[in-house]
Unconditional design. Structure first.
Length: 161
């Protein structure tokens, strides 16, 4: 289970929610995922995103999979993963950070989201706390991440005695 931030290329004449509604209506959970077919412009966006995240944040690991391009932060404050598919992207943070660690990792996630927005036409939204990533407060997201992580630690973890 992960805390997810969604980024999408808003279709002309539509709102973010209308664009997401159209994407979701076309989604078939029984179909295979579509193969990644990026335009030259989307590949250029990815290179800019990867370069900026590496320069502004630090070391990342990057992979190309049949369905997405992925980068993952390496080192402190924690693991943040970005999956880029051209017209959509997703940022994932595992529910294992609470307290000050949650704030640090969510500040990192929001920095990555803002880099994606600046280097592409994608618009980010954090539906967990219903705020845009461009202007939203990472502290609000961190409070949510921390609360769920703490609850999961106390209610879902097996305790070994």
């Amino acid at each position: 289970m992960t805390y997810d931030i969604t980024l999408v290329r808003v279709q002309p004449g539509l709102t973010l929610q209308e664009t997401l509604d159209r994407l979701n209506a076309a989604f078939d959970p029984d179909a295979d995922l579509p193969q990644l077919r990026l335009t030259d412009g989307q590949r250029a966006e990815w290179r800019r995103i990867l370069g900026r995240v590496s320069r502004d944040i630090g070391s990342v690991e990057s992979e190309e999979y049949p369905y997405s391009l992925t980068l993952e932060t390496v080192g402190p404050p924690g693991r943040v993963q970005l999956d880029y598919c051209g017209d959509t992207a997703n940022i994932e943070v595992t529910y294992r950070y609470w307290g000050p660690a949650a704030l640090e990792v969510m500040e990192l996630a929001y920095r990555i989201a803002r880099i994606v927005e600046e280097e592409s036409d994608l618009t980010g939204h954090d539906f967990e706390v219903d705020q845009p990533t461009r202007t939203g407060a990472p502290a609000k997201a961190a409070a949510r991440l921390s609360g769920v992580s703490d609850w999961a630690q106390h209610h879902l973890s097996r305790r070994v005695t």
